[in-house]
Design a protein around this ligand. Sequence first.
Ligand code: AMP
Ligand code: MG
Length: 484
Amino acid sequence: MSATPQTAILDNRFARELPEMAVAWQAEPAPVPRLLILNEPLAAELGLDPTWLRSPDGMGLLVGTAIPDGATPVAQAYSGHQFGGFVPRLGDGRALLLGEFSGPGGRERDLHLKGSGRTPFARGGDGLAVVGPMLREYLVSEAMHALGIPTTRSLAVVATGRAVARETRLPGAVLARVAGSHLRVGSFEYAAQYCRAADDLDLLRRLADHAIDRHHPDAAAAENRYLALYQAVITVQARLLAQWMLVGFVHGVMNTDNMTISGETIDYGPCAFMDSYHPATVFSSIDHGGRYAYGNQPAVAQWNLARFGETLLPLIADDDQEAVALATESLGRFGGQFDDAWLAGMRTKLGLASDIDVTTIRPLFDDLLTLLQQNSFDYTTTFRHLAQVLRGTDRPLPAGIDAWLPRWRALHPDPEAMDRVNPLYIPRNHLVEEALAAATDGDLQPLQQLADILAAPYDERAGLDRYAAPAPPEFGHYRTFCGT
Ligand code: AMP
Ligand code: MG
């Protein structure tokens, strides 16, 4: 395939630097490709012309069949703890890393496909993905981005024209995803295992150096660069988890292969936004024990980071006990870092000045959440409603909250500041389902409209009331499904 000037910029750095973790592979052809949605602002950021991306050559890139010269598409190897159990060989069973863009300011970003066919890591899977779930990842990841939360981005979803066998036959699709990288905790688990078998730390060291260079360059100057890498990942994950909790996001499948080294949210499978507030909220149909329930997420992240730390031990210190002590001390800081980020976020959500000491007002936050839980208030709308209460609108107050209000008002909250950080429009499950059902039936208008609304989550717009409202009761409890 001849490279166009636009696509000639894909590097193959991962494949070159970490060949033990990369299997060169090709995407399956898409019989009748049809572009369902394209992220034009993101395309422009990457230096890709949207008009070209809509052309047959451009769509060839988006489904992985027209690869620019010099790029080496690979399936990446990784391991992972899935629901607590170690799986030594996972890897990209239905995905390919096409290569890296070197963007403005030297910022490198992966271009990656999901649903591009079986790879040597496919095990029993068919290597394919379905229109609905790929559009779901597109909508939710872009909504997260608009909310200011670090995440992989979605460039496009292309329907392949191939039917995919699930419970019924469903239309197939490929998602083109962009990320700081696709390095996961599971990547380190894979390298650590490889190095134990080889009795040689070279691969692990190369992977850690690659991660430092791409994501945590300050660690390179530290006295103990691998300990500094560990601490940097702990910090970005503590902040990420606080952001998830503050918007009511439930990831749903926080296996170590779905946790990045960059601190970006990755792998939107059974994720969903919580409606009425409850820490035990679970959406995933396979999470029977509630391991990945909303309220458990910070603890699970810390558990995953412990698995990450274990992989780094031989790099952190020659002496095992010393390495364990250093890593344990670092991991112990996760809780405090999470709390700091969460408390500061709650202070902002409640419109309070930044010089208010959050530790002294923590009970105010906790009591509000208890009230939300006792009364099953919708988490997202509550914060917009509270700002309205300050403005003196005569909307009825949620019952039970009147005793809490004076304590909060005494701190002089600012309703305008609240509206700048509390979203009105989030990817509510019933809205997402509605848009996906229409798109699956060939009507792309509701999908595009929802994507456009979610791109500006804080700005109230006329005529969009139903997009800001919780699901109607008849929508019932929502269930999500993995790996489809
Ligand atoms: P996920 O639940 O999407 O994070 O995927 C977990 C693992 O299952 C990864 O190794 C995926 O590549 C693999 N996988 C998920 N769905 C499929 C599929 N349809 N075909 C092949 N591999 C899959
Ligand atoms: Mg995954």
